[in-house]
Design a protein around this ligand. Structure first.
Ligand code: MN
Length: 205
């Protein structure tokens, strides 16, 4: 199978008390695992088995029409979750440094304002989806949301940081208290990794 579910870069319990081990295990092994399985199934017979996932998601018109929805949903699910796991770490949080910090302050005047706007986006997303910090087509930081498993790649944005606000991401521990989950997320953000993504995208530009 061309796409594989890789292990988390940390233990299931690494993000406690902010995200509990049971949620992480179900979320990674079952939810993410199912996206990978269904993506592979959808790719069978398309000749796109070896095409990099990002390339497929950037331009779904290359995908046969009858497979497009499945590949958008399951491929997006695989892509988004991979980015999400890497967006977090044990003892994370705090603030980004250097260039990314300056970029956020240039756009939102302070890190706190950025945090508030990102949190508002995540809290007000209706139904299931994701909140993002991405770079737009001009390379400028932007906070946005995507429904379901849609990705920023479809808008030609470069994703940096994401938060899964599907109920499966938080319901066991937080039930309907999504704002508490969003607050907790800021204690486990892997800013060094987000900075790395930012630098890589600047180098490509
Ligand atoms: Mn999820």
């Amino acid at each position: 199978m061309p796409h594989v579910l890789t292990d988390l870069p940390y233990d299931f319990s690494a993000l406690e008390p902010y995200i509990d081990a049971k949620t992480m295990q179900i979320h990674h092994d079952m939810h993410h695992g199912t996206y990978v399985k269904k993506l592979n199934e959808a790719l069978i017979g398309t000749g796109l088995e070896e095409t990099p996932l990002e390339e497929l998601l950037r331009d779904l018109s290359k995908v046969p029409e009858e497979k497009r929805t499945a590949i958008k949903n399951h491929g997006g699910g695989h892509f988004n979750h991979t980015l999400f796991w890497g967006s977090m770490m044990r003892n994370g949080g705090g603030m980004p440094s250097n260039e990314l910090k300056s970029a956020l302050e240039d756009k939102w005047s302070s890190f706190e304002t950025f945090r508030k706007e990102f949190s508002d986006a995540a809290a007000t997303l209706f139904g299931s989806g994701w909140a993002w910090l991405s770079l737009d087509t001009n390379g400028q930081p932007i906070i946005h949301k995507t429904p379901n498993q849609d990705t920023p790649l479809a808008q030609n944005f470069t994703p940096l940081l994401c938060l899964d606000v599907w109920e499966h991401a938080y319901y066991l521990h937080y039930q309907n208290r999504r704002p508490q989950y969003i607050d907790a997320f800021f204690n486990i953000i892997n800013w060094p990794e987000i900075e790395k993504r930012y630098k890589e995208s600047r180098n490509r530009a």
